[in-house]
Design a binder for this molecule. Structure first.
Ligand SMILES: [Zn+2]
Length: 142
């Protein structure tokens, strides 16, 4: 990883941006589409965009595999959003609807939801199943 100018893939258009490390927390915008790259929000990715964004982003990526019918998933959603705000500019927090992404769920061997998978340039480095509070999600991203 280039620690001076990490790559950050735009969750909206897929363009790969290089953002000076000291500006990661300053609401960087995409050089192609002008939308926010890291605004402290949770990014929803489908199978079409997942690899392009996750593999090209140098920051730690936390993926929440969830589904709308899953109670614990819905319970964790505000915690995940709170963690995203705390991790603004330091990590990318992604939600994947496992019902709509069966190939991704199979690739990562998701057997129960919610499951959080931490990726480093697309490679899994850690995972945790079950709903977690924001503090634990933040700790996992470090
Ligand atoms: Zn863009």
């Amino acid at each position: 990883m280039d620690t001076q100018k990490p790559h950050v893939a735009c969750p909206h258009c897929g363009a790969v941006n290089r953002v000076p490390a000291e500006r990661l927390g300053d609401d960087p915008v995409c050089g192609r589409c002008g939308q926010a790259l890291l605004d402290g929000g949770v990014v929803e990715l489908d199978e079409a965009r997942f690899d392009a964004v996750v593999n090209a982003t140098d920051l730690p990526v936390l993926v929440d595999f969830w589904a709308p019918w899953c109670g614990p998933c819905r319970m964790m959603a505000p915690q995940f959003e709170a963690a995203a705000r705390q991790l603004k500019g330091r990590a990318l927090l992604v939600k994947v609807n496992s019902d709509e992404a069966p190939r991704l769920s199979a690739r990562y061997g998701i057997r129960s939801i919610p499951t959080l998978v931490k990726l480093s340039r697309g490679q899994e480095v850690q995972r945790q199943s079950g709903a977690l509070p924001a503090a634990q999600i933040v700790a996992m991203a470090r």
